[in-house]
Design a protein around this ligand. Structure first.
Ligand code: SF4
Length: 304
């Protein structure tokens, strides 16, 4: 891995200005970018983790109309929250967001805290989300590093997504945030990563950072034989995964009338009945379902 260096050399100020100028022209018109309300930003960032931004934006609009404040979300039934999360995947995020709203009400007077440490202490909020909210909602000069941002900054500064150690990449990300444009900068890096700097075929010819980018200049420290590439080549088809099964189990519970128990005695897709039962019990242990033993096996419903 490359040693850390001077941020002004790794991502020079003209590169930052070019990225911001590009963003001012090419920003994706996502609904949640029109708000600076910290709670609305927090919801959008939790929804957009591991979910396509366009799909998250649709769900966000409905969510904010229904629960416009942490207090309203904090008192919402878990079943309603899980139904509103349908289609976004990783359903634990929905329950965590509701718990975060409860903590915001109980410990922060109903207002989203404005510093990274307090944000990171909220349920479901990790280092990336805490920094994204701090930068976007409160203008803090902190760098939010997700997969896209790691790829962009790693490639520009050192030629590859994994060319810098995580701690060095975080330090670089923090150092290059423009003090007067933390929010736009955070969105801009996300958009460069999502729209241009694709993992396999980056569109360097259209990229505002190309002039300063070591990857575009031919430095490719992670181009050959990395473990990451090897694993990606043997990816398991999604319907065979436990994550897919968990999603289908929850979809069946969502589709049932309020309070009705659903029997899970049959296989789902290629997953045997025993695997379905295991998924139901695991979801119940995480608070995403209520489960009980029925005459034909395990039954479940959304929590009340
Ligand atoms: S120039 Fe290419 S590799 Fe570098 S950040 Fe832009 S799209 Fe990514």
């Amino acid at each position: 891995m490359t040693s850390p260096g001077d941020p002004d050399v790794l991502v020079p100020p003209p590169a930052r200005a070019a990225i911001l100028a590009w963003y001012a022209e090419a920003a994706r018109p996502l609904a949640f970018r029109r708000t600076g309300d910290p709670y609305a930003v927090l919801v959008s960032e939790l929804m957009a983790q591991q979910t396509q931004a366009v799909r998250a934006a649709e769900a966000w609009t409905t969510w904010i109309a229904r629960w416009p404040t942490p207090a309203e979300l904090a008192s919402a039934p878990v079943a309603d929250v899980l139904r509103a999360w349908a289609g976004l995947g990783y359903n634990r995020r929905a329950v965590a967001l509701r718990r975060a709203a409860q903590v915001i009400v109980a410990e922060h007077g109903g207002r989203v805290p404005d510093d990274v440490a307090a944000l990171e202490a909220l349920p479901g909020v990790g280092p990336y989300t805490a920094r994204a909210v701090a930068a976007i909602a409160f203008g803090r000069a902190v760098g939010a590093v997700d997969t896209n941002v790691r790829r962009v900054l790693g490639r520009v500064a050192a030629g590859g997504a994994d060319a810098l150690a995580p701690r060095d990449l975080q330090a670089l990300a923090d150092a290059v945030v423009p003090a007067d444009a933390a929010g736009p900068w955070t969105h801009a890096l996300m958009d460069v990563g999502a729209l241009l700097c694709a993992p396999q075929a980056p569109r360097c010819g259209e990229c505002p950072a190309a002039t300063w980018c070591r990857h575009a200049a031919g430095e490719r420290p992670d181009a050959h034989g990395s473990r990451r590439a090897g694993r990606a080549g043997q990816a398991v088809p999604f319907p065979l995964t436990r994550r897919w099964l968990r999603g289908r189990v929850l979809d069946l519970a969502r589709a049932a009338p309020d309070g009705a128990w659903v029997a899970y005695a049959e296989p789902i897709g290629t997953h045997a009945a025993s695997a379905v039962r295991e998924a139901v019990l695991l979801l119940a242990s995480e608070g995403l379902l209520d489960a009980r033993e029925g005459s034909d096996g395990v039954e479940a419903r959304l929590p009340g």
